[in-house]
Design a binder for this molecule. Structure first.
Ligand code: MN
Length: 249
């Protein structure tokens, strides 16, 4: 999508295409090991920017188009029809509210990323060109700072979602201490790409740190690399989609 093009003009996928892609996104994120029975992915509504689309409360690998629900930014479902919704839907709505540029959000407990949420002396940083979206790193949201020392660590209210969005700031990724990560993108496909590659980067970074001091991308290298790799996001998307479909048979 061209960043200079208003949302309602060419380049915005129509709602049917977006719904299909959101179903594929759920299956891809499961198949690539980013989400398991938990975690979720949403997209901002292409015609109503004050709404977003997110599956009902279920394992992402099992989501079908009929399971997608429309929500207000405050996390209230518009058309749930009694279906159970995700406890942590506030992550999505509050980020869409705070960041008009964000069109998709992935929340996961991505296993290689979780250690970087808990080891504050080892900040997650871009160590290869595929993860330039990490820029100068990813802030860590510390839920104790806003909700005390006895929470279940979940973002189960709009104020907690707002605090998380504040920690995210203008970054693309926010880590959540002892919990996971939330990844944003200007399109659904780029958010999925980033969610896959933040897991890859975390694994590579942990490997590299065992060898010695790591030479990370500079801020400018990260930006340049992001522009070139994410310009080709259709290539991994098609591959991951095919692989996820093959594994569902
Ligand atoms: Mn969670």
């Amino acid at each position: 999508m061209n960043n200079n093009t208003p949302q309602a003009v060419a380049g915005t996928p129509d709602i049917d295409e977006l719904l299909q892609d959101l179903v594929h996104a759920n299956h891809i994120l499961f198949n690539e090991g980013v989400v398991d029975a938990f975690g979720h992915v949403s997209a901002r509504h292409p015609d109503r920017p004050e709404r977003f689309l997110l599956a009902r409360n279920m394992a992402p690998g099992l989501v079908g188009a009929e399971d997608i629900i429309e929500f207000d930014l405050d996390g209230t479902p518009v058309d749930a029809d009694g279906r159970k919704v995700y406890l942590e839907r506030f992550i999505h709505g509050e980020i869409y509210r705070a960041r008009p540029d964000v069109m998709a959000v992935v929340h996961s407990h991505s296993p290689s990323v979780v250690p970087f949420s808990a080891v504050k002396s080892a900040p997650l940083r871009p160590m290869c060109h595929m993860s330039g979206f990490l820029g100068e790193g990813a802030p860590i949201f510390e839920i104790r700072d806003v909700a005390g020392e006895a929470t279940d660590l979940l973002i189960r209210s709009a104020p907690l979602g707002e605090s998380l969005a504040h920690s995210l700031g203008n970054n693309n990724v926010v880590l959540m201490r002892g919990h996971g990560a939330t990844v944003t993108g200007p399109t659904l496909k780029r958010a999925v790409y980033r969610a896959v590659y933040v897991e890859v980067n975390a694994r590579l970074q942990a490997d590299a740190l065992r060898l010695g001091p790591v030479e990370y991308l500079t801020r400018d290298e990260a930006r340049t690399a992001m522009e070139s790799t994410e310009g080709q996001v259709e290539r991994p998307w098609q591959l991951w989609k095919m692989r996820a479909q093959a594994n569902r048979r």
